[in-house]
Ligand binder design. Sequence first.
Ligand code: UD1
Length: 370
Amino acid sequence: MKIILVAGARPNFMKIAPLVRQLKGRRDFEYKIIHTGQHYDEEMSQVFFDELEIPAPDYHLNAGSGSHAEQTAKIMVAFERVCEAERPDVVVVVGDVNSTLACSITAKKMGVRVAHVEAGLRSGDWAMPEEINRVVTDSISDYLFVTEKSGRENLLREGKRPESIFFVGHVMVDNLLHMKRRLDGEEMAQSDATALKTRLGLGRYAFLTLHRPANVDDPETFGGIVTALNEVSRDLPILFPVHPRTRNQLDRNGLKFSDSVFLLSPLGFRESLYLWKDAALVLTDSGGLQEETTALGIPCFTIRENTERPVTIEEGTNTLVGVRPEGILAAYRDFRDGRVKKGRVPELWDGRAAERILDILGKQVSNPIP
Ligand code: UD1
């Protein structure tokens, strides 16, 4: 079976890494890696290929930034040529970024089967571009690999056939556990960020990520979040690797973090994990970090009004605190007073999702879903 693995934006790289790791040891698959170029800065892209030991892509589509339509269109045109040249049996897309949407539509229209890894997640929030990407990708995918049970329920409600849905666990957790094991056995190179961690001490700081357009593109919302985080940092210093979108909006709107919020450049996977795994608290609007903190049992505040990953709330360590300062600060007071959420690791988040996915796809050669 010949499969194409698609990755384009930062959160995709850690999801294809475990699939590649498995594929290297299997003879029943031929595979090609496609980088769409949605993310292109060294620190948003190449560093992940290096650290996660993903081989150089077979094709780089160089899509770059642009409006949603521009970016999606560029990827589609370039990816069509790849599918023409390679004639894959299956295209594997991960997550919910524009690259996921663009490549799934292109493949499906060329009669190629599409496998969506991390299918079925729903926030119900149509203002999120990712929600549109998820719903459209799932609607045309042949194999739907879900990370949590809510994914299956959502897909069944939308009329997907039960035999196309597979609850396999989470490739991102495969990657996290792999990298955590390696990190535990290795020295971390010294950098400004690691020096800060040493200075502050384990469990004596919070780790923050923030990049959702809904949070950072609107100056009023972003201003409220900054005010709340400045207040939190009076009690607990905050380490904050800043996404390029967020950096642009900070500069544009003249917003100022206090001196106890330490602004860092975007970090690679290892350095980021090295910092957040020993944080007292993670504050984020990322999808992935909500899940990764649950997988390692670290308390997490999600600065959003909703989440498409309910298992992290119901079973994990995640708390939805909203985007208003009052909500963020009320949750923080609870945390400071010792009311810290305990969680358990969700079913099948055991580091073997990639193996399950390839076993299922492998069987499709001889016995495809009609
Ligand atoms: C994208 C994904 C989002 C994901 C996020 C992780 C979509 C719709 N959004 O959002 O789901 O959580 O990636 O990072 O696919 N930029 C750079 N260098 C880069 C990449 C981007 O400077 O390497 C800047 C550009 O100014 C660009 C802006 O960041 O215009 C936004 O990038 P884009 O890929 O459009 O969206 P993200 O906000 O990164």
